[in-house]
Each structure stands twice: as structure tokens, then as C-alpha cells.
Ligand binder design. Sequence first.
Ligand code: GTP
Ligand code: MG
Length: 229
Amino acid sequence: MEVERVSTGSDPIDSFLKGGLETGIITNVFGESGSGKTNFCVQVAAHLADQGEKVVYIDTEKGFSPERFKQIASDEALENLVVNEPLDFEEQEEAIESLENIVEENDASAVIVDSMVSLYRLKAKGDQYQEINQRLSQQLSELSKIARKEDIPVLITNQVYTSFDEEGLELVGRDVPRYWSKCLLQLSNEKNGVRKIEIEKHRSMPEGKSAQFKITNSGLDTVDEKGLF
Ligand code: GTP
Ligand code: MG
């Protein structure tokens, strides 16, 4: 079976991902604050909406800016977004429970959740930890089902924290989002505003493969030869 990919509208990202985001699975973009996760989401949403495609956008941290969106897409494209802004983990759960209907009613071409774990992180404390993990897992399972059933890409973002047990950064939610995301992409900052995207998990590409891009007014762009802009 041929793997289908949906263009992100960004040259460096599409060429890195051999065409774009895979349909039928969850792609998880993770990285530190300011690494470009929200810009990645807005890039994808703006590109699809600009082509008349509907996108369901779950924004859990007021990260979505219509102004930023309009720098990348036309003003009218904003009408192709179905935005949901849950305020706590319960509202996020409700948003995901009603998602399949919303995707079908709107014939949406993609689902974006930025971020999957910010409201989870506020909630996952003390003795509730196991139960909250289970609920996060349930939400990701539902997202994964929608991706498969509707044959669309589901893009989520994930914060990280510094782990003391293992070297380097760990995903908030750890094994739960790691398990459900068939594609894991790490974003990080390099020198001179250059960003790096690196594969941590993929069904057909090697771990550790990376590329550079930069964030500009028009979206995620190619780094020129000098690496400066
Ligand atoms: P958190 O949500 O805090 O975890 O961060 P994030 O990973 O979502 O980062 P985000 O996508 O918000 O990236 C922020 C970076 O994008 C900052 O360094 C901004 O300077 C840069 N940025 C945002 N908008 C623009 C723009 O219009 N032009 C340029 N050149 N840079 C921008
Ligand atoms: Mg963000």
C-alpha cells in the first residue's frame, strides 16, 4: 500500500519528509519552548486552509495567532479553520471525544493539537498520575483512530523536560505519546536563528536524520547557503 503524504507548504520540511505529513497516523512535533512547534502547526494549517481544505485546530495554550496565520495564508483562509480552545484537561477530553463528528461534518483534511500535553501536565500530579496517564492514552488512541479512519494526518505538539534518569530531553507524558505517535520529530534551535528538525521515530526513515530550516514571516523556509538570513 502506497503511503500518502500531505504537503506542509514548506519546501525544507516537505523535502525532509519526502512530501509532507503521512496520513493515517499521528505525527508528534516536540522540542523546547521557542523551538518552533506552534509555527510548524500554523504553517500546516495555513497551507491547507489556503487551498480550501478544512482543518480542525485544537489550541490548548492560546498559541494560535490569526495575525500570524494571515502572514502565511490569505485572509479568507481563516474561515477554513475550525478552532477549539479547551481550557483544562476535561475540556480537551471533550474536544477529542467530539472530534470524529466534527471532522466528518466539515470533511476536514487534517487535525492539529497544539499542545497535546500542556493541560495534561497541569493535571498529572501525585496520586492521580496513573489515571491521568490513562486518559491521555485514551485521547491519543482516539486521535489515532480518527487518523486511520478518515485517512488524514493528525499533527500534535509535545513539550519536553530534562530527564535525570536518561540523557537529554524527555517528552512530557513519556511513553504514552511516544507509543501513539508513529512519527516523532524533534525541533531545536541552532545558531543565527537556524532551526533543526530531526527524526526520532519514523516508519520508513532513519532515526537521527536531520535538516535545517528558518522561521520567517512567510513560514518555515529554506536556510540559504551561509545559514544566515
Ligand atoms: P512553546 O509553545 O513555548 O513551547 O514554543 P514553540 O516551540 O511553539 O515555539 P514557536 O513556534 O512559538 O516559535 C517561537 C519562535 O518563532 C520565536 O523565536 C519567534 O521569534 C519566531 N517567530 C514567530 N513568528 C515569527 C515571524 O513572523 N517571523 C520570524 N522571523 N520569526 C517568528
Ligand atoms: Mg507553542
